[in-house]
Design a binder for this molecule. Sequence first.
Ligand SMILES: NC(=O)c1ccc[n+]([C@@H]2O[C@H](COP(=O)([O-])OP(=O)(O)OC[C@H]3O[C@@H](n4cnc5c(N)ncnc54)[C@H](O)[C@@H]3O)[C@@H](O)[C@H]2O)c1
Length: 270
Amino acid sequence: MLTTLLKQEKTKPTEEKVPLMTHQNRLSNKTAFVTAAGQGIGRASALAMADQGAKVIATDVNEQHLADLMHENIETRTLDVLSETDVYDALNEVKPNVLFNCAGFVHHGTILECTADEWDFAFALNVRAMFITTKAVLPHMLANGSGSIINMSSAVSSIIAAPNRFVYGTSKAAVIGLTKSIAKDFVTQGIRCNAICPGTVESPSWHDRVTALGKELGSYEAALEQFVSRQPMGRVASAVEIANLVVYLASDESSFTTGQTHIIDGGWAG
Ligand SMILES: NC(=O)c1ccc[n+]([C@@H]2O[C@H](COP(=O)([O-])OP(=O)(O)OC[C@H]3O[C@@H](n4cnc5c(N)ncnc54)[C@H](O)[C@@H]3O)[C@@H](O)[C@H]2O)c1
């Protein structure tokens, strides 16, 4: 267990080990709207896009998570993606040409532990919210003749299953269907829509999941070993590693790419 912990620490990428792309201003012509930007992948992506010259509207339901998100290109806003009216108001005002739908929630358990209410909540946050944000943003993107929509799915979806990820995997599989459908319908009108499918990524909520599993297994280290041992690279991803993909999909460098599931999982599903 200690070995796993040490390996995780040793191989954990630092910003020096995983530099953001050195080519600068890759997004200087973009306005990016990010949901769940207060922490984890959303935050790293907001910062990475801002570093590349995008004007970023970083939103999150939790005002405190946004409080220290400082960058000259970032404007923060409190937004609950479950509030349809607030989503329409924000997107009608900002009219972004990049939308990163990052908000999502991991429910722990098999089908037997999943109540109907938990099913509804998982689908509301993981799928319905991006249906609404996309409906709200599309008229503006269509009027401009271009736009990139990036949807947060997961390797745990229609790609692979993981234990105790019943409704999470089901809802993230739905994100892939939603993404492909939007990509197909608007491909001739300058709109691209792609899904990101990460393996396990270090983030505050992931640390919470390790802690919760640690209580079941008897120690944090045992839980960490369970998470890390399923990763062929012997470590989980850093949020910056996912943010690099977000920057690429947001930029015109990916202009021939749409309707795809971009698996970024350290070889887990390979
Ligand atoms: N961390 C992982 O291992 C992993 C792997 C694959 C996919 N994902 C997905 O990436 C996304 C981000 O996860 P993370 O682990 O990087 O971050 P996280 O779970 O640590 O943080 C999520 C953020 O979402 C915000 N949020 C929650 N409900 C919201 C709502 N209704 N409206 C707006 N914001 C809300 C929270 O305040 C928080 O700041 C999720 O969709 C998750 O399913 C994560």
